[in-house]
Design a protein around this ligand. Structure first.
Ligand code: SAM
Ligand code: SF4
Length: 457
């Protein structure tokens, strides 16, 4: 099936040409309009992506901070990836797992080994996992994923498992839905067909259209939380951000549900990569602009940042609109047991442990959240978006962040983290406006202190 109707390259190029023509006051008008939190059109995105003027960029950043604060408050959700296999029959030029990389130590975990890793992740204090694997029809087929997910739910206190895997058939997506995954995540890598073709010379991943339509099949199978994203650095970021938003708009218009999350992975060096350098390098300033533009354009869509980024930048990007980050990550199968650098997908940039990360987050005035309530209360897809847009979601998310952070402090945190964390919890409880919810939160905090777990609204 061709997908030229989903990603219209000619239109993207035109938007970028038109975008350059906007005057300073037109740019300011768009930024001002974004403050209403209704999002922006692709034409407006075309304009913002072309902004280079320092004053305008500052205005953009300030507005992104305002929207982030208005919609998400100071919460930041945490998760960790669990790599179940680095075996792969594709040959993505940029990835350490590509088939022709003979330097890589290959391994596919059994369900028991997957549980072992999940428990190690849990022992850091995580409750949310992103399962990741290469694509190999014999090794990482749907049963490998479903068995892994099921084994984790049955044997570890992990409350939400999201999956990042290759595109599947509707039948396989149904199996994934049935075993209770949260979000199905898949990155198009680049929306630019020519570049996509060059980057994916062999293997099933060659098929641009089959990949682009994966989230549609997931949706048809009942998975209404899906995540998308570009791999930034493969092609012109302005094109790929517009491609991502066009993809998002297509899903929204056709199914009334846009992506639950957009990820912003930036290309990293990888052992055995075929790329000698990043084809389209992105500076940190440009990266900040990307995050800010996305926050203005799709204010209610979660935005995920991984440990591909450096510590100082990650701390800054949280303010600009990131709503979820990974921490304490290992990106090789079995990595939480043995950190084998010759088995990883790319080079991690932020090696801080979850406990350390929690202290940094709190010191920067953010509230860590391990909440998984929406998905377990069936607040997903359209239902989630409606609640989010009415801003009711905040009423649940804030106390849930407090409760789950408290549980983390009681069960997993170091003394140092407990000390500043407890102080923050007291302050956050005082911020709850609804008296009933406040009372109930205080009651549940006591119950957590007495040993109860998994309390949420
Ligand atoms: N194998 C599946 C696939 O490609 O869709 C799923 C997992 S793959 C390990 C997850 C993502 O890692 C890819 O979609 C790609 O965007 C990202 N990735 C691959 N190589 C990377 C690199 N060198 N730097 C940063 N991200 C990379
Ligand atoms: Fe395989 Fe995914 Fe890496 Fe491509 S990005 S080589 S499909 S693991």
């Amino acid at each position: 099936m061709s997908t030229y109707h989903i990603i219209d390259e000619e239109k993207i190029n035109k938007l970028l040409i038109e975008g350059k023509k906007a005057s300073k006051s037109e740019v300011l008008d768009i930024i001002k309009k974004a403050r209403d939190c209704y999002g922006l059109s692709l034409e407006e995105v075309g304009v913002l992506l072309q902004v280079e003027d320092e004053d305008l960029l500052n205005e953009l950043f300030q507005t992104a901070r305002y929207i982030k604060e208005t919609i998400y408050g100071n919460r930041i959700v945490l998760f960790a990836p669990l790599y179940t296999s680095n075996e792969c029959t594709n040959n993505c030029l940029y990835c350490g797992f590509r088939m022709e990389n003979k330097l890589l130590h290959r391994r596919t975990l059994s369900p028991e080994e997957i549980v072992h890793e999940a428990k190690a992740i849990e022992s850091q204090g995580h409750k949310r996992i992103l399962l990741v694997c290469g694509e190999d029809a014999k090794k990482t087929h749907i049963d490998h994923i479903v068995d892994g997910v099921t084994a984790i739910y049955e044997n570890a206190d992990i409350r939400r498992i999201n999956v990042n895997a290759a595109p599947m058939t509707v039948e396989d997506f149904k199996k994934l839905k049935k075993c209770g995954i949260g979000t199905f995540q898949i990155f198009q890598e680049t929306y630019h067909r020519e570049t996509y073709k060059k980057m994916h010379p062999t293997g099933a991943k060659k098929d641009y259209d089959y990949r682009l339509t994966a989230v549609e099949r997931a949706f048809q199978a009942g998975i209404d939380d899906f995540g998308i994203g570009p791999l930034l650095g493969l092609y012109d970021y302005k094109f790929d951000i517009l491609g991502t938003l066009m993809h998002s708009q297509y899903m929204d218009q056709k199914y009334s549900v846009g992506p639950h999350t957009i990820s912003v992975p930036r290309l990293r060096p990888a052992l055995g990569s075929k790329l000698k350098e990043i084809p389209f390098p992105i500076t940190d300033e440009e990266f900040k602009k990307i995050i800010a533009v996305l926050r203005l354009t799709v204010p209610y869509t979660g935005m995920i940042l991984s440990t591909r980024e450096a510590p100082h930048l990650r701390d800054e990007l949280i303010n600009l609109g990131i709503s979820q980050i990974s921490a304490g990550s290992r990106i090789n199968p079995g990595g939480y047991e043995e950190d084998d650098r010759d088995a990883t997908q790319f080079e991690v940039n932020d090696e801080r442990s979850l406990d350390e990360m929690l202290r940094v987050i709190v010191k920067n005035g953010h509230l860590p959240s391990f909440c998984t309530a929406c998905y377990r209360n069936h607040r997903t897809g359209e239902a989630f978006m409606e609640l989010a847009k009415d801003a009711h979601i905040h009423e649940f998310c804030h106390p849930n962040a407090i409760l789950t952070f408290k549980e983390n402090l009681v069960s997993y945190a170091s003394e140092q983290t407990k000390e500043i964390g407890e102080k923050m919890i007291k302050e956050e409880i005082n911020k709850i406006e609804n008296e009933k919810i406040k009372e109930e939160t205080i009651k549940r905090i006591k119950q957590i202190e007495e040993g109860q777990k998994d309390l949420y609204f």
